[in-house]
Design a protein around this ligand. Sequence first.
Ligand code: AN0
Ligand code: CP
Length: 325
Amino acid sequence: MKSFLNVQDLGDLRQALAEAQEIKQDRFKYVEMGKNKTALLVFFNNSLRTRLSTQKAALNLGMNVIVLDVNAGAWKLETEHGVIMDGDKSEHLLEAIPVMASYCDVIGIRSFAGLTDRDYDYSETVYNQFVKYSGKPVFAMETATVHPLQAFADLITIEENWKNSQQRPKVVLTWAPHPKSLPQAVPNSFAEWMNAADVDFVITHPEGYELDPRFVGNVRVEYNQTKAFEGADFIYAKNWSCPGVTCPDKYGHILQDYHTMMDWTVSARQMAVTNNGHFMHCLPVRRGMIVTDEVIEGPDSLVIPEAANREISATVVLKRILQSL
Ligand code: AN0
Ligand code: CP
């Protein structure tokens, strides 16, 4: 595997899920595979889980790891092409990428959407520059439009918590309020991976938050949140800003004052109509905005095992990359 952005990059999903369970049984099974190989993890944005779980995954495989926080100690990087660099950016990504690549064998990138220029974000400009100019395998640690390590961990978590082999679980992705504009990467990938998995998938959000069809396909969108939750086995909450699909001029905006949207916060009221549904969120989560304390602390909350599975998804992905070196 030379690039990891989309669900198709993993090939057969059943096989990948089986590999995840194999690694969970013995995290160090492939500890010889990464000997004398170096992973470079480049962060343009904050992270707790991705930073730690991806490093742990590399260590599981016997790799060396270098972490670069671009905004904390490196030169500020220009990412746009053709600009006169008379501002605060001292170095261009087009030099920085081959330099960084010269010190490593694999590169992970975290570079969120800017949320101002939809075409720039949705063409994955920064990620694709790393692919083009590094000459090394590159994997997404949340890019402008996707977060596949998260979606893979989410799918592992759903599989582990679904015991009924006779029936597909009903999985609901719900929008929830948030005070800041957030990217669409997590819901995009979750939708893409649920479409590829053996689940009954429904999305619910207020009008205007329609996700890009390349990720959601023909999935049912139910604008009534309570109706969507009926009989659900898994509730996956996430905020995202306007994807600019039905209202292009509002790309990256929050469409209504969040104070008026608080009935979308996942609480015991909505969970009551589910089929004893589990609660999921990628974290970090704002309590009282996305979800109530009662639900996230309740017995059906999966947020901690879900985060723990990030180590597993990252180990499978890095192992696949090492196998292709
Ligand atoms: C980020 C997002 O919504 O994409 C990262 C989630 C994993 N969240 C925040 O910035 C709060
Ligand atoms: N879920 C997730 O990617 O968390 P971090 O932003 O803390 O890495």
